[in-house]
Unconditional design. Structure first.
Length: 151
């Protein structure tokens, strides 16, 4: 590869490449179930999931470790059953845990193995990402995976 080709490659795919900045980052749930740990949301495996207790407005938070330019957030429902446990989601992004802005809503019930995407405005920068069920009572939050595309 020539120096010019390398420079073009690096510019296009190195500096500017989006990647999943959430993978293997710390995850906090509003409540915990030992069999389905919070880390399952960011382990790259779609056949597992996390599980909260039955509660009102359960949430999942990811600490990305530093601020990233965030482009897109994807939430995957459980693959083989119970996809409808993912419903009525609100997505927040913020530089600080207590200063989050709502960037998207998903209304209704997901299907099994559904991929729900939220696109952030171009200038969205944040370290903390939260998804929360905003409607209903006695819900469990069970995403199979949450992917945050950023750089
Ligand atoms: Ca997973």
């Amino acid at each position: 590869m020539s120096a010019l080709a390398f420079a073009i490659f690096f510019f296009c795919y190195g500096v500017n490449a989006l990647r999943n900045v959430a993978q293997h980052k710390p995850v906090t749930l509003s409540s915990y179930s030992p069999r389905w740990p919070a880390s399952n949301a960011v382990n790259g495996i779609l056949s597992d999931h996390v599980l909260t207790n039955d509660e009102d407005n359960p949430y999942l938070r990811i600490d990305l470790g530093k601020n990233y330019m965030i482009h897109q957030i994807e939430v995957f429902s459980r693959q083989s059953c119970c996809g409808k446990q993912i419903h009525d989601l609100e997505v927040k992004v913020g530089k600080f845990l207590n200063l989050t802005t709502v960037y998207g809503y998903y209304s209704g019930f997901a299907k099994d193995a559904e991929q729900i995407s939220f696109w952030c405005p171009y200038s969205t920068v944040g370290r903390h990402v939260q998804i929360q069920i905003f409607k209903g009572v006695n819900d469990v939050l069970t995403p199979a995976e949450v992917i945050v595309w950023g750089k």
